[in-house]
Design a protein around this ligand. Structure first.
Ligand code: GDP
Length: 306
């Protein structure tokens, strides 16, 4: 991820470093190269415009022209503006004063929600929490079983519609109600004193009204403290459109970028926080449960500009 973007920005700055004082034309040429590199990396047009506008304004200010090394100062400005569009501060789950903290996962099918549920559960357990996973994805064959498998690997219990029926979601009663399952799961967490409950929900292949309605019904039923929108970074520009649809249809408090280990151009990762106004909280970086990290905007920016 980001390899091409990173290479292009690095070579842009290398050219700039050969100059001493920077003229307005030098700055504009640099901004043009940055704009092209971002657009080619699939960064959303609105974000590119906002970003290059902010960089240009600061690059032409006294902050840069008075600097001993103007080129280095431009790189610093670009770095700071990158951190800003990536959401600024690092942000992780905010725990409720009154447990359990309810975390709901939302996103398209295949986004990596179920995998993420296991990763998050393991991460929480390692931090001394006592999570419960709730299998409220009753849409996809095997989703319940898959959650039970990741729960077992993470050493975290799973509340499923048929607790005794391991691996048998094909015998779920027709019309099993995901909203009721989610509600009962959260109630179980309360009774059994789990301090965090993570509710996995169904996704569809594309955004549709029924999916949104079900997700908002679950949200209304469990009143989550956090709704995490899980999005596959590999889907490029579509990630931003999908995020916007979920922001409007369900609402979320944070983003999890999955499949950051892939070789996508990275524009989604760079656009999503800025477009939705919600922070990227975690990154999923592989298929193993330990391939999971807290997302740090500053580290990501440094990685891109390295
Ligand atoms: P869900 O439909 O949203 O629950 O998605 P899943 O959790 O079932 O994930 C869909 C596919 O993506 C599975 O094959 C996962 O193993 C894979 N996957 C999930 N997260 C990652 C990730 O961070 N990196 C990679 N390479 N694959 C992932």
């Amino acid at each position: 991820m980001f390899a091409t973007l990173s290479d292009r920005l690095t070579s842009t700055f290398k050219n700039l470093r050969t100059k001493g004082r920077l003229s307005e034309a030098d700055i504009d040429a640099t901004i043009r190269e940055i704009r092209r590199a971002l657009l080619d990396a699939d960064v959303a047009v609105t974000v590119v415009r906002q970003f290059t506008g902010a960089v240009r304004e600061r690059a032409l200010s006294a902050e840069v022209s008075a600097a001993l090394n103007p080129a280095q100062q431009v790189v610093k400005v670009v770095n700071e503006e990158l951190v800003a569009i990536l959401g600024g501060q690092t942000r992780t789950l905010a725990f409720a004063k009154q447990p359990p903290t309810v975390v709901m996962l939302a996103g398209l099918q295949g986004a990596g929600k179920t995998t993420l549920a296991g990763k998050l559960a393991l991460w929480l357990r390692e931090q001394g929490h006592t999570p419960l996973l709730v299998a409220a994805d009753l849409q996809r064959p095997n989703a319940v079983t898959q959650l039970q498998v990741v729960g077992e690997r993470a050493g975290v219990p799973v509340y499923a519609p048929h607790p005794g029926n391991q691996g048998a979601d094909d015998v779920l009663p027709a019309g099993a109600d995901p909203v009721a399952v989610a509600r009962a799961g959260v109630e179980t967490a309360r009774q059994k004193q789990h301090d965090v409950v993570v509710v996995d929900t169904a996704g569809r292949l594309g955004v549709d009204a029924e999916l949104m309605a079900q997700a908002s019904d679950i949200r209304d039923a469990v009143q989550p403290d956090e709704v995490l929108f899980v999005v596959d970074a590999m889907i490029g520009q579509d990630a931003v459109t999908t995020a916007q649809a979920f922001a409007d249809g369900v609402g979320f408090t944070g983003v999890v970028l999955s499949k950051l280990d892939g070789d996508a151009r990275g524009g989604a990762a760079l656009s999503i926080a800025s477009v939705t106004g919600r922070p990227i909280m975690y990154a999923s970086t592989g298929e193993k449960l330990t391939d999971f990290e807290v997302f740090h905007p500053d580290r990501m920016a440094s990685r891109i500009l390295d």
